[in-house]
Design a protein. Structure first.
Length: 489
């Protein structure tokens, strides 16, 4: 029979994971499907990696680890469907909740208070959404939080584990890079460890930087410049949003407050009840590390590194830390006695009401989320096409990623044109029927996905249609000397 402590940990972990699953289900039930078209673009890249493995799945600035995980799972299962990608996203979300619980156990002495913090971190709005989305922000933030949390313990094993997870986080997104540097410096120069052996601290510090160092080396070898990715990110950001401004300097701090105001209010209210002396000491070093991350990200934003949408995702690790603190503070107040219970209940209720009823409608407006319902429907219809199908898809915006992702076979698609804000877009082949017919012949398309219009009308009735978007079959040419298919009469 396992010891009592192990049983308690297992029960608490199950509760955290179950709560996370319920939060994911609630987000899905309320209609959330994706943060942006990036979600579907990442699925497409994972599908292509499963179809044709390579070390750098994108060849651009996107970091590789999320694609290795999802694409590797698809290849192992022999299934490149969008369902596998979404299932993997939820599984990573549940694992992230468990990792946040582990971080909370390091940061909070009382296990009941740590459990409360982990539960709150599992269910606040952005955490719930990103537990469903096929982007790597939640596992990245959970690994980052755990790494920062290990700064609060002298345990060499915990610090080494934190370094390893930070290094993995740095291969998912760029936001943890400043945190990894802060972690390495804190580990090397912390006062209370100077009298001990340098080797374990140096090993942990070096391990935290392996991820960034590996990516810099890859860029140097593959592109001839270690900071090649930085140039791509900056160029794209300038093309989409123009030159950086003072607003970019405060983009991250503003997003922290405006996108999850209730977390900050609840944390402040619980602190007023008198829990700070019980919690503040262990949170001090992780808080400094996370603050330095936000500061360095803000500085980098002035060089064109600011996000072009949903800025709050980049600082999710801070929200997770605040949620752990707020939940633990509430639980600590409850454990201290009846007056504190009444006070913390009143303050928490008032904070949530203020955030939901006043602050969110006033200043906490979020960028719109993406559904792409009709594109997903057409993509699902395209999944039934023959394996050798060649589908020409009309490109009006980045919705074509949803079509490709839902098809499960993006390698069968040919884009009508590229949508790169850094270069001028060429004319669409779907502008006229004649242009479309020539494009179909040029790419030897067997099927077409496009808006129902004068240009596509001559293709005949669509095989599937969703809100004006159709999947059409191209009739093969009866002329044996013509190798290219032709549109149906």
């Amino acid at each position: 029979m396992p010891p009592s402590g192990a049983r308690k940990t297992a029960v608490e972990l199950a509760l955290v994971v179950t709560s996370k699953l319920a939060a994911c289900g609630a987000a899905w039930g309320l209609g959330f499907r994706a943060v942006s078209d990036d979600d579907f673009a990442r699925v497409v890249l994972a599908q292509e990696l499963a179809h044709a493995p390579r070390l750098d799945p994108t060849g651009t600035s996107w970091l590789p680890l999320p694609f290795w995980l999802t694409g590797g799972l698809m290849r192992a299962l022999g299934d490149t469907s969008l369902t596998v990608a979404r299932t993997a996203a939820v599984a990573l979300g549940l694992a992230s909740a468990a990792l946040v619980y582990a971080a909370a156990r390091i940061l909070v002495r009382d296990r009941r208070a740590a459990l409360a913090g982990a539960l709150l971190a599992a269910v606040f709005p952005w955490s719930a959404r990103l537990g469903v989305a096929t982007v790597p922000e939640l596992p990245t933030a959970a690994m980052s939080l755990f790494g920062a949390a290990t700064l609060a313990t002298p345990s060499t094993k915990a610090r080494f584990a934190g370094a390893a997870l930070l290094s993995c986080a740095c291969l998912c997104r760029y936001e943890p890079w400043p945190l990894a540097v802060a972690f390495a410096l804190a580990t090397l120069f912390e006062r209370d460890a100077r009298s001990g052996s340098l080797a374990p601290r140096a090993s942990s510090a070096a391990l935290a930087l392996v991820g960034p160092a590996a990516w810099l080396l890859h860029n140097r070898i593959a592109h001839g410049e270690a900071l090649h990715f930085l140039g791509r990110v900056s160029a794209y950001r300038r093309a989409v949003a123009g030159e950086a401004s003072l607003h970019d300097l405060v983009a991250y701090p503003l997003a922290l407050v405006r996108e999850e105001p209730e977390l900050w209010l609840v944390a402040a209210g619980a602190t007023l009840v008198g829990t700070r002396p019980l919690l503040g000491a262990r949170f001090a070093r992780p808080a400094v590390a996370l603050t330095s991350m936000v500061a360095l990200l803000s500085a980098a934003a002035m060089r064109g590194g600011a996000p072009t949408h949903h800025a709050g995702r980049a600082v999710l690790a801070v929200w997770l830390a605040v949620a752990v603190y707020a939940g633990a503070a509430i639980a600590t107040a409850f454990l201290r006695g009846r007056p504190e219970r009444r006070a913390v209940l009143a303050l928490s209720a008032a904070s949530i009401a203020l955030g939901v009823l006043i602050l969110r409608p006033w200043y906490a407006r979020l960028d719109s989320m993406t559904t792409r319902t009709r594109e997903l429907s057409i993509g699902a219809a395209a999944s039934a096409l023959p394996r050798d199908a060649r589908v020409l898809v009309e490109v009006r915006d980045f919705g074509f990623f949803a079509v490709e992702a839902a098809s499960g076979a993006p390698w069968n698609f040919v884009l009508d044109r590229e949508l790169d804000p850094r270069v001028a877009a060429r004319e669409s082949s779907f502008a006229t029927a004649a242009l479309l017919e020539r494009r179909i012949a040029a790419v030897r398309a067997t099927h077409v996905v496009g808006e129902v219009s004068e240009a596509t009308r001559h293709l005949g009735p669509p095989l599937a249609m969703a809100d004006g978007l159709g999947l059409f079959r191209v009739e093969p040419s009866p002329d044996p000397t013509t190798s290219a298919p032709r549109p149906a009469p």
